[in-house]
Design a protein around this ligand. Structure first.
Ligand code: C5P
Length: 223
């Protein structure tokens, strides 16, 4: 029997949204079911990889064969990801909130008669993918995602350098595509050598194809 192609390889992943607390009962979040990221984690594990998945809050089960660290906020996600370096590859699928509230309230903010609605002040969150892509411990293969509603390819190409990624998996999440929360996805793999357009398929199929491509890249001498 041939060994599995990713045996002995460690892959760090993120999936799901992040929740950024406003106070103990309220938060700001991105829309993400975690379906695509979790499917990729499962597909990589099936090919023999040791997968360290850092997941934001999702309502789907942990993928089979995968070690999962559950976190809430972007900062917790970043800390968990950094703990797992070094690794052979990183696949960052999470929909990380770009901003968090500047001052998280320790107690529930109360509505008081006659008082104005509170104004939320926001600060930027760490960019986890860019941190890993530009890290001294950078994995050999770094894969990011780009969910866009316009200028998909232009934005994805820009992200390659900004985030220090080898590939950006770009998908159009415009409302009409039904990708958000749905079971299907149509993606493009954007790398420095060009753009590969994949047909519409299930998120499971996208995951298997991507896992196979990652295995091929890690087996090659050069990514
Ligand atoms: O810039 P944008 O959010 O569109 O980039 C998406 C890619 O960057 C995804 O791979 C996502 O997981 C990652 N990302 C991240 N940390 C952030 C923002 C995005 O890891 N704060």
């Amino acid at each position: 029997r041939r060994p599995k192609p990713l045996t002995g390889k460690t892959i760090i992943m993120t999936s799901g949204p992040t929740h950024e607390p406003i106070d103990p009962v309220r938060y700001i979040a991105n829309r993400s079911s975690g379906k695509q990221g979790h499917a990729i984690a499962a597909a990589l594990a099936k090919l023999g990889a040791t997968v360290r998945l850092v997941s934001g809050p999702v309502s789907i089960p942990d993928p089979e064969g995968v070690t999962v660290t559950h976190v809430e906020s972007a900062r917790e996600m970043r800390d968990a990801v950094e703990q797992f370096l070094p690794a052979d590859a990183a696949v960052m699928v999470a929909a990380v909130a770009d901003w968090r509230t500047a001052n998280e309230a320790g107690e529930k903010i109360k509505k008081k008669p006659g008082e104005k609605a509170p104004a939320l002040q926001m600060v930027e969150n760490p960019d986890i993918l860019a941190g890993i892509g530009h890290s001294k411990l950078r994995p050999r293969l770094v894969v990011g995602f780009a969910a866009e509603t316009q200028d998909l390819l232009k934005n994805a190409r820009k992200k390659l350098d900004k985030k220090g990624a080898d590939w950006i998996v770009a998908n159009d999440v415009s409302h009409a595509t039904g990708v958000m929360g749905g079971d299907r996805n149509a993606v493009r793999i954007v790398s420095r050598s060009g753009v590969e357009e994949w047909p519409d398929m299930s998120k499971g199929e996208v995951a298997e194809r991507l896992a196979a491509r990652i295995a091929a890249a890690l087996q090659a001498v050069e990514v």
